[in-house]
Design a binder for this molecule. Structure first.
Ligand code: ARG
Ligand code: ZN
Length: 832
């Protein structure tokens, strides 16, 4: 590839050495998207070709040829952010899935692996740094103030892993010596002013290198590993071979701008992209239906990495929380699809919570069934067998089966059947025989295109506790394979209390009638921390659902369980803070046949108020803990800050008269972003002058730090105040809002669509606002526009008034001329 780079017009010359693959006689088809060929040469001579729509078709006579094309592209008008584009003056690329065809003509599919040699030439002042995959083998000056760099990547790779970046960047440089003693040069390239904010990402990167050696035996394979931060990016980051490109929001951190959650997220994403070097780059996907081969496995790997860095229990809670808030609704709605989808209109719509997060759960279940050591044998075999290949999910499962020595025949259904399985649990106790018999009945409802399902293979961890002694009387990993599984546990003097799906061993919905007393017992005594969290959540959920159905709210059991949790000396602050949060409005809605956003809000606020009032001294105590306002990055201090923030929220819920003063004082005294945001999250809900003061001060102080301003927009979009809709409408006109910035759109509009009560206003204005944004954004950035659509697909779960309003907006979107296939696919599936 030969790039003459320029923001206005970049010329791309591609020379492909092609060889006929077997005895085929069909022409060579090179994918293109928006390209027109200025030159087409075969073996150096002008060639005859034809265009089939966007695709260039060449009739080649021999079995091996050199095919050369030249095109011109315009990075500065590329607002889709796929292919080569400009972000804050930087030239950068994003190719996965099908962006490479917007750069040059190429067989743009992941099973075409090639060795790339890349020459980049550009203005030396504007673009002093020129980066691509692999090793830089030559640089030099050219005429007219231009310069060049020549890069070569020794590893064959698919086109989606190509990357090139040109700009005025500075690097934080470091190195890592691999387990075989090779020194790798590491660089994180950012704007000069941001170099001091890369230390955390660098530390995470080195930790990830070491972790993959230790846990998976995987060593890095090039002499250089570079990361570049760009402001405008459709996703979190991208694992291009040797040159990861990151959304700047997921690289840059310092205490003044990043919250503790941001620090953890950054480390997780840095690790995720690095881990792709083996699970994605060295072994890649045969086709895009296999996307979960690399994404599910890599998410599982990054989750395991994060669990090793801090509290494994809190990591698991957060992973399950996000699975339940994004993937369960997907599986329960019109966009449900298997982990390995069977069809798509636009593959960009399949970078979903199902492919990523449920995909990770599927890998986790295999690891659970196999056990850690055997699982490692399976992954070793997978990497040994398939290094350098483009393979399938089936290849992965076979490697685990053989390497780990387990039978996964029925388990494969997790890849092909969509929907979240349910497991209903019934208990029968026989006092004479002293046995407890469990009947576990699984079911899996219909999903689009899959009316009937076969029974799944579910690893289901459970335990029994004696209600009097509190002792664990039985524990096992049951494997549910039949529609109904019966288990008999001996030595059960009394009917036991059941701890179910411990550690969230399978991504299923458990249906068990457990009393408030049993749940409170588990919340206080279960030795599995996830099950403990789960029991308290279930107790809260049962309480809220009863109140929503019209029973008087009975807060006492929840208050007692929360008080117990707070007082428990065995538990750390980080765990306590997660365990005592009420389920979100959306999650409560997901449990209802017909979602009533106002009733959910009212019941949840009432319970929050009760908790706030009843435990006010505890909340004040958590607020008084000096560690909760410290800048220390130790796990203890992070936990204390989290609890401190949750406590402030409960103080507000109590309606304590000094809330505004307290929150504003915290806002101004905070020396880190965690404490500052926790104060702002409370202030945005209030009608108080301190709210406006804080928002104005925040904006002024951080105007030039885009990811921080995103927080400013999303905090306001998430406000509980009745006028939040008007605020969002006004913020759309704010000078800081721009449809060209995916982060900003997600912060304001995505944030608003996640504010259940506001978005589902009975007048439909929330739906119209979202549809307006989708329609206006679609011609600019269809990827991001399509990602905003799913909330409108939830209409089936609402009352007829809201149903009609949501459908009308979907129809309006679909009636828009020149709609992208991205939005078309999402909106038409949502409408059903
Ligand atoms: N592979 C990237 C990652 O998971 C994300 C790329 C997203 N691409 C897309 N077309 N949605 O790290
Ligand atoms: Zn990934």
């Amino acid at each position: 590839l030969d790039f003459a780079l320029d923001a206005k017009v970049t010329s791309v010359r591609a020379r492909l050495n092609v060889q006929r693959n077997g005895a085929y006689d069909r022409p060579l088809r090179l994918d293109g998207d928006g390209l027109s060929a200025l030159e087409v040469l075969v073996d150096g001579a002008p060639a005859n070709y034809e265009m089939d729509g966007p695709t260039l078709v060449l009739h080649l006579t021999g079995d091996a040829h050199e095919v050369e094309t030249r095109v011109e592209i315009s990075p500065e008008t590329n607002t889709q952010l796929m292919g080569l584009y400009v972000s804050s003056g930087l030239l950068c690329t994003q190719c996965e899935s099908e962006g490479f065809r917007r750069i040059t003509f190429f067989p743009d599919r992941p099973d075409v692996l090639s060795r790339y040699s890349v020459r980049m030439a550009a203005d030396a002042v504007r673009y002093p740094v020129l980066l691509s995959n692999g090793d830089c083998i030559e640089t030099g000056a050219l005429a007219d103030g231009r310069h060049f760099a020549q890069w070569r990547d020794p590893f064959p790779k698919p086109s989606y892993l190509f990357a090139a970046v040109a700009g005025d960047l500075q690097a934080n440089k470091d190195s890592f010596t691999t387990m075989s003693g090779r020194k790798v040069d590491l660089g994180i390239w950012v704007k000069a002013a941001d170099v001091p904010r890369t230390a955390h990402a660098m530390a995470a990167l080195k930790a990830a290198f070491a972790w993959d050696e230790r846990v998976y035996g995987r060593e890095y394979d090039l002499d250089v590993f570079n990361i570049v931060a760009v402001d405008d990016f459709n996703y979190g980051a991208m694992e291009n071979k040797g040159l990861n490109v990151f959304n700047a929001a997921y690289v840059l951190a310092d205490p003044d701008t990043a919250t503790d959650a941001d620090y953890d997220l950054i480390a997780g994403i840095v690790a995720h992209e690095y881990f792709h070097n083996w699970s994605g780059d060295r072994v890649t996907c045969r086709d895009w239906f296999q996307l979960s081969l690399k994404e599910g496995f890599t998410v599982y790997r990054d989750q395991s990495f994060s669990a090793d860095q801090g509290s494994a229990a809190v990591q698991r809670i957060n992973d399950v929380r996000s699975l339940r808030s994004y993937q369960f609704p997907e599986d329960a709605g019109p966009l449900a699809h298997p982990v390995r989808p069977e069809c798509y209109v636009e593959i960009g719509n399949f970078y979903t919570a199902t492919v990523y997060n449920k995909g990770a759960e599927v890998i986790r279940m295999m690891a659970t069934i196999a056990g850690a050591e055997a699982f490692r044998k399976g992954t070793d075999l997978y990497f040994a067998r398939h290094d350098g290949q483009a393979v399938t999910c089936e290849d992965f499962v076979q490697s685990i089966e053989t390497g780990a020595g387990i039978d996964l025949a029925q388990f494969r259904l997790w890849y092909s059947q969509a929907g979240t399985p349910r497991v209903a649990v019934a208990l029968a106790h026989d006092a004479v025989a002293q046995t407890a018999t469990l009947t576990l009945t699984q079911s899996l409802g219909p999903t689009p295109g899959q009316p009937t399902k076969a029974p799944m293979d579910i690893p289901f961890a459970l335990a029994a506790f004696d209600p009097e002694t509190g002792k664990c009387t039985a524990a096992q990993l049951a494997r549910l394979q039949a529609p109904v599984t019966t288990l008999t546990m001996p030595n059960q003097i009394r009917a036991p209390i059941l701890s179910l799906n411990r550690g969230f061993s399978a991504p299923v919905i458990v249906e068990a009638q457990r009393s408030a007393a049993d749940l409170a017992f588990l919340a206080a005594h279960d030795d599995d921390p996830f099950a403990r969290y789960e029991a308290l959540q279930q107790l809260m959920l049962d309480t809220l659902l009863a109140a929503i159905k019209g029973a008087p709210l009975d807060p006492a059991p929840v208050i007692a369980a929360v008080a117990d949790t707070l007082a428990n000396p065995v538990l750390d602050a980080a765990f306590k803070a997660e365990a005592i949060l009420l389920p979100t409005e959306a999650y409560i809605g997901d449990q209802m046949d017909c979602v009533d956003p106002d009733a959910i809000f009212a019941a949840r606020e009432a319970l929050r108020h009760q908790l706030g009032t009843a435990l006010l001294p505890q909340w004040r105590a958590a607020q008084a803990d000096p560690l909760g306002m410290s800048d220390d990055l130790s796990p203890q201090a992070k936990g204390a800050r989290r609890l401190h923030g949750v406590a402030l929220g409960y103080i507000q819920a109590a309606g304590a008269p000094n809330t505004a003063t307290l929150a504003h004082a915290q806002f101004t005294q905070a020396t880190n972003m965690t404490n500052r945001m926790n104060a702002l999250f409370v202030l945005v809900n209030l009608h108080a002058p301190q709210r406006e003061e804080a928002l104005a001060a925040f904006f002024t102080h951080y105007q030039d730090k885009a990811p921080v301003i995103d927080k400013w927009f999303s905090a306001q979009a998430g406000s509980l105040r009745d006028d939040t809709f008007d605020t969002v409408v006004a913020l759309r006109q704010h000078e800081g809002f721009a449809l060209t910035s995916p982060n900003r759109v997600r912060a304001l509009i995505g944030g608003f669509a996640g504010n259940q009560r506001m978005f589902h206003r009975l007048d439909g204005a929330g739906y119209a606002l979202l549809a307006d944004t989708i329609i206006t954004l679609d011609p600019i950035n269809p990827t991001t526009a399509a990602k905003l659509t799913p909330p409108l697909g939830k209409w089936r779960r609402f009352d007829t008034t809201r149903q009609a309003l949501m459908q009308a907006q979907l129809e309006r979107i679909l009636a828009t001329p020149h709609l992208s296939k991205d939005v078309f696919e999402q909106a038409s599936k949502c409408l059903g």
